[in-house]
Ligand binder design. Structure first.
Ligand code: ACO
Length: 328
């Protein structure tokens, strides 16, 4: 049974912060734009919760997919910043949506969490254990940002993005494929510990690792699928820095028009960044049914992932030749 992304949704908190907000930290709009590509970001305000954003994004994804909450048979939420230590957001989200008590869990794979959640959701459908999976990524990085540290305070934002995964009802078409990995030797380069609970980062080292890993893993997953970058309709990388995204696109020879950038308006929203960018691509009319979307992410751990999946594929979506079909 093969799987497609059937719908997407996104949500942002109401408060928008421009770069001028950080002027007291001895930084400038020009520095931030030039080094990161970020113009604005949204932070949760008083009374707003991540569950609110997750619900809004998920409702939109369900509507876009033409599915009802009663059809959801599994809910996965990727987050490093849940509303409470426990319980996670997923059970509350399922209940808010009116889903009839499906399995619901939160997952933490830092900025790569959405791809881990997608892989999990696809596996459930491919093995026949689910037919419709809601995958949401909801993050409030403002909760773990040191607002006095200019090297990190300017980078992060809050957002939620959600997709509905569903079976295409066809066995012969191209399967999604994800490559995931980790290397725990680098925990000290990017972490938030229990004592001060804010992100600490060696920016330059993380930058270099991010470019090499996202480009390398994307190349590898494409090769495993018998594809080349020419077969990519839309590339969505984790939105950590516009220079990282441009370097990855250049390394892979992906034209700018096929690489989605959303960091300018929302900053780095950790695992929510890929579904948010997907939502923007859909809104901009850049996606057609059956398009092949390629995604890549990396994050604290280090953890990473790259994958290929079709957008709104149907049983009639063109089947690849045998050589081009992803291995099972
Ligand atoms: N304004 C002005 N100057 C600044 C600022 C700022 N906001 N931040 C840092 N600087 C200064 C530094 O102090 C340094 O000054 P110095 O040369 O006098 O020592 C200078 O700018 C250069 O610093 P670099 O760190 O080398 O700057 P760089 O060009 O690498 O940009 C950045 C820094 C934006 C953090 C970049 O390294 C980056 O994007 N790294 C990757 C971030 C990332 O991907 N994080 C992972 C995701 S986070 C997560 O997983 C939740």
């Amino acid at each position: 049974m093969t799987v497609t992304i059937a719908g997407v949704g996104a949500a942002l908190p109401s408060a928008v912060l421009g770069n001028d907000h950080f002027a007291p930290l001895d930084t400038s709009h020009e520095w931030i734009v030039k080094r990161t590509g970020i113009h604005t970001r949204h932070w949760l305000g008083p009374g707003e919760t991540l569950a609110d954003l997750a619900e809004q994004a998920s409702r939109e994804a369900l509507a876009d997919a033409g599915r009802s909450a009663h059809e959801i048979d599994h809910v996965v939420v990727s987050t490093v910043t849940p509303d409470r230590v426990t319980p996670g957001i997923a059970p509350e989200l399922a209940t808010r949506l009116g889903a009839p008590g499906p399995p619901a869990l939160d997952l933490n794979a830092a900025c790569a969490g959405f791809l881990y959640a997608l892989d999990y959701g696809c596996a459930l459908i491919e093995t026949g254990r689910a037919h419709c999976v809601l995958v949401c990524a909801a993050e409030a990085l403002s909760r773990i940002t040191d607002r006095t540290d200019r090297s990190t305070a300017v980078l992060f934002g809050d957002a939620a993005g959600a997709v509905v995964l569903s079976s295409t009802g066809a066995d012969g078409s191209e399967r999604p494929r994800f490559l995931l990995g980790s290397d725990g030797r680098h925990t000290d380069l990017l972490y938030a510990d229990l004592e001060d609970r804010v992100l600490r980062m060696s920016g330059r080292e993380v930058y270099e690792f991010a470019v090499d890993t996202m480009a390398g893993q994307t190349r590898k997953v494409l090769a495993e699928c018998g594809l080349t970058t020419a077969d990519i309709d839309c590339f969505i990388g984790h939105q950590a820095n516009v220079r990282i995204l441009r370097a990855v696109a250049a390394a892979l020879d992906i034209p700018q028009a096929r690489s989605q950038i959303s960091i300018d308006k929302v900053g780095n929203t950790s695992s929510a960044s890929i579904p948010f960018a997907l939502w923007q691509a859909r809104g901009a009319g850049r996606l057609r049914p059956g398009d092949r979307i390629v995604m890549a992410a990396f994050g604290a751990g280090f953890v990473w992932g790259a994958g290929v999946i079709r957008w709104k594929a149907t049983p009639n979506t063109a089947v690849q030749t045998q050589e081009e079909t992803c291995p099972t």
